[in-house]
Design a protein around this ligand. Structure first.
Ligand code: 13P
Length: 283
């Protein structure tokens, strides 16, 4: 069933867990996430980037997740991940999507606020939830490539001002994670996270969670992270499984034959991440 992301995140904040947000790419990955979440009775966010919407069509992704929500008793939501264009956001919101991340973190502080305010106004009018980012994560997420030299951490005082001025529902913080694969183990700035938490009362979001050690994710959740974003760690097993299957079965041409183990490979990681987030049994 569809439920508001805001309600999900506030429940997580109150009960001290995080809702995992998994990036999906197609029917198979979306179903894998939903099936594993149902098994473990976990609320879950199915996130899709502009690249995924462009590849499949906004209405197709919307229809897939809507159908999953209709057939599932698990609280879930379709979330627009790292959207930069108001036009794209409007198209999805007009289709019925109520969970949006506007990423204007590449702009100046003032321009970021202005871009976010426009989205907040539109999305709140339909009862939706808005996430925005302050600070800048490095790494690669679809078409979004940020060199580590351009990444910078979230300033707690600026975060407070940003939240007050924009009226957002959740804040993505830059505290040392990056999108994509890490070259060395990421070290998170927990002091900064605690400082942000002291002055910002809305749920905080951790992007770039693939490859972050479990203890660090747990500690971040204990310090106020209520949503944990995972993309790369699902893409790799999905693709590896298909690659291995086709190497072992070079004559096979039935997509169902190689999608079945690929789905299982994704579900295994989804189960692990749900447990890591402590969201199992919360639905
Ligand atoms: P990873 O690919 O590093 O897991 O990042 C996911 C993410 O933050 C999506 O917004």
């Amino acid at each position: 069933m569809f439920i508001s992301t805001k309600a999900m995140l506030l429940d997580a904040q109150q009960r001290g867990y995080a809702v995992p947000a998994f990036n999906i790419h197609n029917l198979e990955t979306a179903l894998s996430v939903a099936e594993a979440a149902k098994e473990l009775r976990s609320p879950v966010i199915l996130a899709a980037t502009p690249g995924t919407f462009k590849f499949n069509g906004r209405d197709y992704i919307d229809a897939i997740v809507r159908t999953i929500a209709k057939n599932s008793d698990i609280p879930l939501t379709l979330h627009l991940d790292h959207h930069e264009s108001f036009k794209d956001i409007k198209t999805s919101v007009d289709l019925g999507c109520k969970s949006v991340m506007i990423d204007a973190s590449h702009f100046s502080f003032e321009q970021n606020i202005e871009a976010v305010k426009q989205v907040v106004e539109y999305v709140h009018a339909v009862g939706g939830t808005v996430e925005a980012e302050l600070g800048k994560l490095g790494g690669v997420e679809d078409d979004l490539v940020v060199g580590m030299e351009n990444a910078y951490f979230t300033d707690p005082a600026a975060a407070r001002e940003f939240v007050v001025k924009t009226g957002i529902d959740s804040l993505a913080v830059a505290i040392g994670t990056a999108h994509g694969l890490y070259k060395s183990e990421p070290k998170l700035d927990f002091e900064r996270l605690a400082e942000i938490r002291k002055v910002v009362d809305i749920p905080l979001v951790l992007h770039g969670a693939s490859g972050v050690p479990d203890e660090s994710v747990r500690k971040a959740i204990s310090l106020g992270i209520c949503k944990v974003n995972i993309a790369t760690e699902l893409k790799i097993p999905f693709t590896n499984s298909i690659r291995e299957f086709l190497i072992a079965n070079p004559e096979e041409s039935d997509p169902r034959k190689y999608f079945a183990p690929a789905k299982e490979a994704v579900k295994k990681v989804v189960r692990e991440k749900i447990q890591l987030c402590g969201s199992n049994g919360k639905a």
